[in-house]
Design a protein around this ligand. Structure first.
Ligand SMILES: *Cc1c(COP(=O)(O)O)cnc(C)c1O
Length: 227
């Protein structure tokens, strides 16, 4: 199947209320354009050094999502153009994003990444401690001109055990709802994104109320790590 066929197949299965971000890391600008030409405008990347040349080369109406571990010293380079940083995984990173956005008077959308998987290698706020910190940062009104807290992102354990995956997504959904409930109305109004689900587990994520899926391999094909 071609990239186009795989994209159309997933689009057919995806409820209209769920936003699709196509994860284009390790894929060429030509492959990204194939997807772009089918109307997709949201793409996800996880390395600044790969994202920046793609941003420069590709059409400027692409909304770039940053979905990987973000080093603080790379924030400055991506902040002028990135659309949604999905992987805010520490208070220090949050502070750096606000600082760099403020320096150029830009407002950037962010999601807090929550650690829901069993693997220690995955990053994010520990689910038990996330709520307090996220409420605190979301209520920092002096940051309002520079960031909009849009919601939460998480990655489930890589396993064949779908009940485990569902349980992790459900925990993230519960946390999302409980944070949203405690935010003042004007902040809660834009806290509207629950990003969970990738190629192997997106149907489970959607069944647990994800409203943004990040799909790479199932659309773009296998990644070429030698590029
Ligand atoms: C790579 C990546 C994806 C996409 O993974 P696929 O299995 O190829 O769909 C989604 N989310 C994050 C955070 C990623 O790093």
């Amino acid at each position: 199947m071609s990239i186009k066929d795989r994209l159309l197949q997933i689009k057919q299965q995806l409820p209209e209320t769920v936003k699709l971000v196509v994860v284009s890391k390790y894929h060429s600008p030509e492959e990204i354009l194939e997807v772009y030409n089918e109307g997709v405008r949201d793409f996800g990347e996880n390395h600044a050094q790969e994202l920046i040349p793609k941003y420069e080369l590709l059409p400027k109406d692409i909304a770039w999502h940053y979905i990987g571990t973000l080093q603080r010293n790379k924030v400055k380079q991506i902040i002028p153009f990135v659309s949604l940083i999905q992987s805010v995984s520490s208070e220090a990173l949050y502070d750096e994003i606000v600082k760099r956005a403020s320096a150029i008077s830009r407002k950037v959308d962010i999601l807090f990444q929550i650690h829901i998987a069993q693997e220690e290698t995955k990053s994010g706020f520990a689910i038990e401690e996330a709520k307090e910190t996220i409420l605190k940062l979301s209520l920092r009104s002096e940051d309002n001109p520079y960031r909009r807290v849009r919601g939460l992102m998480g990655m489930a354990t890589l396993t064949d055990d779908s009940s485990q995956i569902k349980k992790e997504f459900r925990e993230l959904h519960t946390l999302y709802e409980s944070i949203k409930k405690e935010l003042p109305m004007e902040v809660a109004a834009s806290f509207d994104t629950l990003s969970m689900g990738m190629s192997s587990d997106w149907p489970l994520a959607v069944s647990e109320d994800s409203n943004l899926v990040r799909i790479g391999t199932a659309i773009m094909g296998e990644r070429n790590y030698n590029r």
